[in-house]
Ligand binder design. Structure first.
Ligand code: TMP
Length: 261
């Protein structure tokens, strides 16, 4: 698929047009930003890891019936995706209190929530992505009530799946952010999961030590961000370091002689 004009450039990704009006190329950059662009850096290799991790997660979500924009990964940094019009709301799901929730409400960092908490933020950098209520979303027609209720159910399913997937490899899914978009293929209007799911958009803690394995390493100047993202990829079995690959030894089964009676 030929790469066309740049349609949109965000903080961590670029979207390019293709010769198919329904498809786009999503390019993962190495740029890291935090605190509404006040902190910036380029972390070599981050885009490659996020491309792989997000591909893994979105293709697994597709297998359990969560429709999303991923068509296929094309190369180290790019994916072919369905072109969508992004709904201007970020859906944040929290299982453990951390980040802005602790600052806003004084909840102690690490408090396990009795049930997942869904928050909505308006996608607007100038306003600092303010938190908005369900009533704001409906009043300003960013979505209708059916769409909002449907997305709420969808994010709960995504949370259940991701929590299980990460728990299985010794990682706590503290919180994450997802975005949805409207796609229009063959005159059919559909809302599908879009953007990315990666350690840039999730808080992931080691289940035994609570070590941060996500973008908080950058936000909080903890260092070793690439090592943490590699650890996530390694545990999800999508990063195979040559030195770790040992060919499985297959022993030939012994022929069993069947005695004729
Ligand atoms: P927060 O604690 O800063 O509100 O973030 C909650 C989660 O959502 C965290 O995993 C980071 C993610 N997130 C993004 O990926 N992008 C954003 O713009 C925001 C506000 C949060």
């Amino acid at each position: 698929m030929k790469k066309g004009k740049k349609i949109y450039e965000g903080k961590a990704k670029i979207i390019f047009a293709t010769e198919d009006k329904n498809l786009a190329i999503q390019h993962f950059k190495d740029d890291a930003t935090a605190y509404n662009n006040q902190k910036k850096d380029i972390i070599e290799g981050k885009g490659i890891l996020n491309n792989r991790i997000s591909e893994h997660i979105l293709s697994n979500l597709k297998q359990i019936g969560i429709k999303n924009h991923l068509v296929k990964r094309i190369n180290m940094r790019e994916q072919l995706v369905k072109l969508v019009e992004i709904i201007p709301i970020e859906f944040v799901v929290r299982n453990i209190a951390s980040g802005s929730l602790t600052k806003r409400l004084g909840i102690e960092d690490g408090t396990v929530l009795e049930y997942p908490l869904i928050e909505y933020c308006l996608k607007n950098d100038e306003l600092g992505d303010p938190i908005v209520s369900r009533e704001h979303i409906l009043a300003f027609k960013w979505m209708n009530i059916l769409e909002l209720d449907w997305i709420n159910e969808e994010v709960k399913r995504i949370n259940d799946f991701l929590q299980g997937m990460f728990r299985g490899v010794g990682i706590k899914l503290v919180d994450f952010k997802v975005e949805f978009g409207r796609s229009q293929i063959n005159e059919k209007n559909e809302i599908i999961l879009a953007d990315e799911i990666s350690p840039d958009t999730c808080r992931l803690w080691d289940a035994n030590t609570d070590k941060k394995l996500d973008k908080d390493r950058f936000r909080k100047d903890l260092g070793n961000l690439i090592e943490a993202y590699q650890e996530i990829a390694r545990r999800l079995d999508i990063l195979h370091e040559q030195t770790n690959i040992r060919p499985l030894k297959f022993t030939k089964p012994k022929a069993v002689k069947i005695k004729k009676k």
